[in-house]
Ligand binder design. Structure first.
Ligand SMILES: NC(=O)c1ccc[n+]([C@@H]2O[C@H](COP(=O)([O-])OP(=O)(O)OC[C@H]3O[C@@H](n4cnc5c(N)ncnc54)[C@H](O)[C@@H]3O)[C@@H](O)[C@H]2O)c1
Length: 244
């Protein structure tokens, strides 16, 4: 492989699409993922099977929180560019398993930064999240808005990523671009997100029922399905923002 691009979270929803596009454009790609069970790993394996149809793709099953293997990966390939998408996603789940967020989103992110620093990466692109806007109420959100009030540990780790990347850009001249994704959906999407849950309910002929509450005049008022009922009283816009 010559000058491969690293895509972390390659078995994930966005990672698979990014890797597939890079491969189709003729780039060599190394994909990393730990195929964890946050949602059905068979979906993740099926995404990797898509990527393995390309001869210029190599997959490494690896946990980005593991310092030594990550250092070895970066030393072996000296990636010119890194697209970092691996993370423990999901807002609600951060109330249940906070350490998964610290391990993947903080330690894992630091391992990516260190790898980029020592292997001379020329550009790091990484996933942040609209969750950094937290308690902000002025819409539409702006990248210039203050984001000091995250409302979840997930949002806090994503904000931390932005700060960590800023420090490394300053200290080690590492060009870094953070992308604050909002609700990303489409083919091969995530089973924990509202679009999937709604579609599943419709296909199975189950009613989409839930409790209605208006957060603000003018906002969409859609019920959430019973299966997502553990999210409590919610509107669709709240539910979607909670499941990133
Ligand atoms: N989908 C959205 O709407 C959305 C919104 C905001 C931010 N994001 C962010 O975008 C990125 C991609 O999201 P996605 O929707 O594709 O999620 P996803 O869960 O489908 O993909 C993330 C992938 O990372 C892998 N992963 C998690 N922890 C890991 C670890 N410790 N080591 C190695 N691999 C690990 C998972 O197995 C998974 O395949 C994430 O950083 C997420 O936080 C997504």
């Amino acid at each position: 492989m010559k000058e491969p691009i690293l895509v972390t979270g390659a078995a994930g929803f966005i990672g698979m699409h990014v890797a597939r596009r890079l491969l189709a454009d003729g780039h060599d790609v190394v994909g990393v993922d730990n195929l964890n069970a946050y949602y059905d790993p068979r979906l993740k394996q099926a995404r990797i099977a898509q990527l393995e149809t390309f001869s210029n793709f190599k997959f490494a099953k690896m946990d980005i929180g593991d310092r030594q293997p990550m250092a070895e990966l970066f030393a072996a390939h000296r990636f010119p560019a890194v697209v970092h998408l691996a993370a423990q996603a999901g807002v609600r789940h951060s109330l249940i398993d906070p350490y998964a967020y610290a391990d993947a989103n903080l330690t894992g992110f630091l391992n990516v930064l260190e790898g980029c620093r020592h292997a001379g990466c020329r550009h790091l692109v990484y996933a942040s999240s609209s969750s950094v806007y937290g308690a902000n109420s002025r819409v539409p959100f702006r990248t210039s808005d203050n984001v000091d009030h995250p409302l979840s540990l997930y949002g806090a780790t994503k904000k931390a990523n932005e700060l960590m990347a800023h420090a490394y850009a300053h200290l080690f001249a590492l060009p870094a671009t953070g992308l604050r994704f909002f609700t990303v959906y489409g083919p091969w999407g995530r089973p924990d997100m509202a679009m999937w849950l709604f579609t599943e309910a419709i296909l199975q002929g189950r009613p989409i029922v839930g409790r209605l509450r208006q957060i603000r005049p003018g906002r969409i008022r859609l019920p959430i399905p019973r299966r997502a009922g553990h999210l409590g009283k919610s509107t669709m816009s709240e539910t979607a923002s909670r499941s990133r």
